[in-house]
Design a protein around this ligand. Sequence first.
Ligand code: CP3
Length: 344
Amino acid sequence: MSELKNDLLLRALRKEAVERPPVWMMRQAGRYLPDYLKLKAKYDFFTRVQTPELATEITLQPIDQVGVDAAIIFSDILVIPQAMGLEVLMEEGKGPSLPKVITNAADIKALNTADAAAHLKYVLDALSLTKRELNGRVPLIGFAGAPWTILCYMVEGKGSKTWDKAKQFAYTQPELAHALLQKITTITIDYLKAQVQAGADTVQVFDSWAGSLSPADFKTFAQPYLLQISDAVSPYAPVILFPKGTWHALGDLSKSSASGIGIDWTITPQMARELTNNSITLQGNFDPAKLLAPIPQIKTWVKEMIDGFGTQNYIANLGHGITPNVPVDHAKAFVEAVKEYKTN
Ligand code: CP3
């Protein structure tokens, strides 16, 4: 394996000194780049995900075209429900849907947790191929969904603003919810370890819907499983946890085995530093909707963001995924603003 020419991300995760903060954008692969949209017109979603050559091509696009300091493998968090035996459909304009949802103990018992690497070989092949094609230019990020967020889709069967059904399931049948969360955790740990073996330099766990839970419910249904994953995978590669909307948990998470915590824009950098006692690398937290503002304005906001976090123990990123309507020039301006950052 070749040495990394740009290892800013890994140094920031190890809390080593950096010349400037590394920058990447959640959901940078796919969605808004014209070259991605061309592939999207030709191949359906899971063909793009399951064909290592296509996944690699899409993963590399933002490295070549936007200049980010890390690649994130093109895949989806819903490959885990698929590997566990559930059908997942991706319909244009509608988002993901699962025709058969989890409702009872028998449904949970039927779920597979074995052989993650065999079921998800195509992701591992895409990681190895991408690693080779990157040729050490930047680190490669693997990822998975967090157990709570995956439960949300498995129980609800589709996206939701409120996740009422998932929460009803957790609050009325907590034992079943925990059994399901544990099964997802078990296969996710194997899957993330296999991603590291295949070439991922670090992994991020997306808990996109963690903010649907109260602080107490997050501690019951989300945090223990995030920590289990972090403890199991951290010996192999640095782990970034991204439990969106849970600034209340920053104190606890900063004491975990994770190397980084992603935060959204509902907390100031200064507050996040205070809550984490300045003891862990933070990632975030630009509101992706702000990428629609004029470029000079984006650059000013990025400078303010970095002033707030400081340049060390920090990974510049968005507070959630980039949206499809962001002009490429604006995404580039975000990245350039980080690279051009100077104090005062
Ligand atoms: O970061 C990256 O660019 C890597 C690729 C990636 C995708 N999905 C590709 C994708 C990653 C990291 C994800 C994670 C993901 N998937 C999350 C967590 C991150 C977040 O944004 O909260 C979630 C909740 C999903 C589930 C999912 N997949 C949804 C809700 C949708 C539909 C709407 C959308 O665009 O997000 C998808 C489909 C999907 N996954 C697309 C892409 C590029 C869009 C479909 C397409 O382009 O055909």
